[in-house]
Design a protein around this ligand. Structure first.
Ligand SMILES: O=C(O)[C@@H](O)C(=O)CO
Ligand SMILES: [Mg+2]
Length: 272
């Protein structure tokens, strides 16, 4: 059975961030992920993890000025110094949180530039970052994201991500395969799981219903089927990673809305 992690940036929106750890543990999660931890001292987060018996499975490196619309720095020529400072901060958090994965967001294609213009910067930044992460046993993840949610994002398709891994050539850079984005951009999910998971280069999955990014049992995808595919391929490929529940609960910030919406997980755990 896949191990499911609660994405605390999206789940439990009715609670202050630091209270979401306890809520996730009460709902039976053993792992958590979130986008950016940097508003909180790492020791505070580590205390929440330990106090609730949770593992930190993933978080993101600093993305640049998120409130101004930036979505990562890795592909941006001229921003290398800020990219490096951010990566160093992420690795400090990873050590305190004992987190084995950091997602490095690619960034937006600047006006007038093309993906091919930015490729060399992206590859060099990831190579440098991989060498920094390696002594800490941290995997760096790259995530293809759909351009409806993030217009102009540099990395959109699974085949692009795997082509970039070939070029980066560092074993601790892997793919974060978000099935929500993958369905919107390219579809054919079961075949892509079967193609890419056995390569050993997919380290983490994320899920949400499509198109509304609500619970996985809403929308056009049959996640029961996809979880069985992941289970089957994982057993043959010795993959033992996590599936991040990265969706916006349909009940929004209504009290208890996230927990009520976890019927899909309770049914899956009960084998239904
Ligand atoms: O899918 C997403 O949106 C996230 O996994 C992420 O890291 C960037 O927003
Ligand atoms: Mg994602």
């Amino acid at each position: 059975m896949p191990r499911f992690a609660a994405n605390l940036s999206m789940l439990y929106p009715e609670l202050p961030f630091l209270e979401r750890f306890e809520a996730a543990a009460k709902d039976g999660f053993e792992g958590v992920e979130y986008l950016f931890p940097y508003e909180h001292p790492p020791q505070e987060l580590a205390t929440r993890l330990k106090g609730n018996g949770l593992q930190q499975v993933l978080f993101n490196a600093p993305p640049g000025d998120f409130s101004a619309g930036e979505r990562g720095l890795a592909c941006l020529p001229g921003r290398e110094e800020q990219f490096r400072t951010g990566l160093a901060q992420a690795l400090e958090y990873a050590q305190v949180l004992q987190c084995p994965r950091v997602h490095v967001m690619a960034g937006l294609i600047p006006t007038g530039r093309s993906k091919s213009d930015l490729r060399a910067t992206y590859v060099e930044n990831l190579r440098w970052a991989a060498k920094q992460a390696q002594p800490h046993a941290v995997q760096l993840l790259i995530e293809p994201i759909n351009t409806r949610d993030i217009p102009g994002f540099f990395l959109n398709r699974q085949d692009e991500a795997h082509g970039l891994l070939d070029e980066i050539g560092e074993p601790n850079v892997k793919v974060q395969m978000d099935l929500y984005h993958c369905q919107i951009v390219e579809g054919d999910l079961a075949t892509k799981i079967r193609r890419y998971l056995p390569t050993g280069r997919v380290d983490h999955f994320q899920i949400a219903g499509v198109p509304q990014r609500h619970e996985p049992d809403t929308g056009e995808l049959d996640y029961g089927f996809l979880f069985r595919v992941i289970d089957e391929v994982a057993a043959a490929s010795r993959w033992n990673g996590w599936v991040g529940c990265e969706y916006r609960p349909a009940r929004g910030a209504a009290p208890g809305g996230t927990s009520e919406g976890l019927g899909w997980l309770r049914r899956w755990r009960a084998g239904a």
